[in-house]
Ligand binder design. Structure first.
Ligand code: SAM
Ligand code: DTB
Ligand code: SF4
Length: 335
C-alpha cells in the first residue's frame, strides 16, 4: 500500500516538473513524499535508487576526496557532535593554522594516492579577513597542483566567498546537518538561517555547493526526511552531498547516543540519491565504524564519493590500503 502510493506520488511529481531529476526543479519535494520513500521496503528503495543512479552516473566509479584540518580545535561554537568545540573536553587541543608548505605537501601526497579533490577544514565560527588572506594563498597553491579545491571554514560574510572563488576555490562545504526542527537539539550558537545565508553567499560567488548532514544523532526518521527535503529543495540542489554517520567522540554531548541501525543510514543515502540524482553523494564520516558490507550497500544505494586517507579532520578514517582492497573486491574504480 505504502509502496504503490509512494511510486505514484513520485511519478505525479515527475510529470508536474517535466523532469523532477533536473537540477532546477519547479515543484519542491514535500516531506511526506520523502518520508514515503524512506518507508519503502528496503529492496524497493534500493531498486529505485539504483535505477536513478545508473541513469545519471557510472555506478562503478567513485570520486575520492582527501581531508585536512588546516586549523584544529578551540572553536567557539557548540555543535553537539564536534570534538573541536573548545567547550567540550575531548582531548583535541587548539592548534595554530598550518603553514602553506605543510598543506601543499599533504595535497601532493593526496594526489599521488589518487584523490582528485582536496578539502581543507578550519575550526572557526567563520573566517576573519586575515584568515581569508592566508586561505587564498593556500587554495591557489593547491589548485596549481591540478587538484579540485574545497574548503569548509564556517559562516561566510558578504564578499568573502568572492575572494575564495578568485583564489581558485571549486567547492565550499557547509552542512545543514539535520532538519530545521531537530537542529536546536544539537546547535544553539548559530541558527538554520545562518547556514542558508552562507550557502547563498557561496552560490552567488559561483562556487559549487557541498552541503549535507549527519545522521545518528538521535533524530527520528522524520528528521532525516526533513534534512533531505531541505537539501533537495535548495535551488539548485548541491553538487556534492556529504552524508556523515555520527562519529561519537567522548566528551561531546552526543557521545553515548544510541547507535543508529545501519539500514537507516543506507536508506538516507538512497533517498539522497533519488531526490538529487545529479549530485555526487558522499559516504562521509563514520566509515571506520561500518563493515565493508554496509559500505557496499551504500555504494549500491547511490553513494559515489568517499573521504579517502587515514584521517578525517580529527578522527580516523579507513587506511587507504583497506579502501584499495575494498574497491578491488567490489570492482569499483576511482574517478
Ligand atoms: N567549522 C566549520 C563549520 O562547522 O562549518 C567547518 C568544519 S566542521 C568540522 C564540518 C562538518 O563536519 C560539520 O558541519 C559536521 O557536519 C561534520 N562533523 C563534525 N564533527 C562530526 C562528527 N563527530 N561526526 C560526523 N560529522 C561531523
Ligand atoms: C563533512 O561533511 N564531513 C567532513 C567534512 N565535511 C569537513 C568532516 C567530518 C568530521 C568528522 C569528525 C572529525 O574528524 O573531527
Ligand atoms: Fe566549530 Fe565547525 Fe565543530 Fe561546529 S562543527 S564546533 S563550527 S569546528
Amino acid at each position: 500500500m505504502i509502496q504503490s502510493n509512494t511510486k505514484s506520488i513520485v511519478s505525479e511529481t515527475e510529470k508536474a516538473n517535466g523532469d523532477q531529476h533536473d537540477r532546477c526543479h519547479v515543484t519542491p519535494w514535500r516531506i511526506a513524499q520523502i518520508q514515503a520513500l524512506m518507508d519503502l521496503p528496503f529492496t524497493d528503495l534500493m531498486h529505485q535508487a539504483q535505477t536513478i543512479h545508473c541513469q545519471y552516473h557510472d555506478a562503478s566509479a567513485i570520486q575520492l576526496s582527501t581531508l585536512i584540518s588546516v586549523k584544529t580545535g578551540g572553536c567557539p561554537e557548540d555543535c553537539g557532535y564536534c570534538p573541536q568545540a573548545a567547550r567540550y573536553h575531548t582531548g583535541v587541543d587548539s592548534q595554530d593554522m598550518l603553514s602553506p608548505d605543510t598543506v601543499v605537501t599533504a595535497a601532493q601526497a593526496a594526489k599521488a594516492e589518487g584523490a582528485t579533490r582536496f578539502c581543507m577544514g578550519a575550526a572557526w565560527r567563520g573566517p576573519k579577513q586575515r584568515d581569508i588572506d592566508r586561505m587564498t594563498e593556500i587554495i591557489g597553491a593547491v589548485k596549481a597542483l591540478g587538484l579540485e579545491t574545497c574548503a569548509t571554514l564556517g559562516m561566510l560574510r558578504p564578499g568573502q566567498a568572492e575572494q575564495l572563488k578568485q583564489a581558485g576555490l571549486d567547492y565550499y562545504n557547509h552542512n545543514l546537518d539535520t532538519s530545521p526542527e531537530f537542529y536546536g537539539e544539537v546547535i544553539t550558537t548559530r541558527d538554520y538561517q545562518d547556514r542558508l545565508d552562507t550557502l547563498e553567499e557561496v552560490r552567488r560567488a559561483g562556487i559549487n555547493v557541498c552541503c549535507g548532514g549527519i545522521v545518528g544523532m538521535g533524530e527520528s526518521r522524520l528528521a532525516r526526511a526533513g534534512l533531505i527535503a531541505q537539501l533537495a529543495n535548495l535551488d539548485p540542489y548541491p553538487e556534492s552531498v556529504p552524508i556523515n554517520y555520527l562519529v561519537q567522540v567522548e566528551g561531546t554531548p552526543l557521545y553515548g547516543t544510541e547507535a543508529l541501525d545501519s539500514f537507516e543510514f543506507v536508506r538516507t543515502i538512497a533517498v539522497a540519491r533519488i531526490t538529487m540524482p545529479k549530485a555526487m553523494v558522499r559516504l562521509s564520516a563514520g566509515r571506520r565504524q561500518m563493515s565493508e558490507a554496509v559500505q557496499a550497500l551504500c555504494f549500491l544505494a547511490g553513494a559515489n564519493s568517499i573521504f579517502y586517507g587515514d584521517k578525517l579532520l580529527t578522527t580516523g578514517n579507513p587506511e587507504t590500503d583497506n579502501d584499495k582492497a575494498l574497491f578491488q573486491k567490489l570492482g569499483l574504480r576511482a574517478l
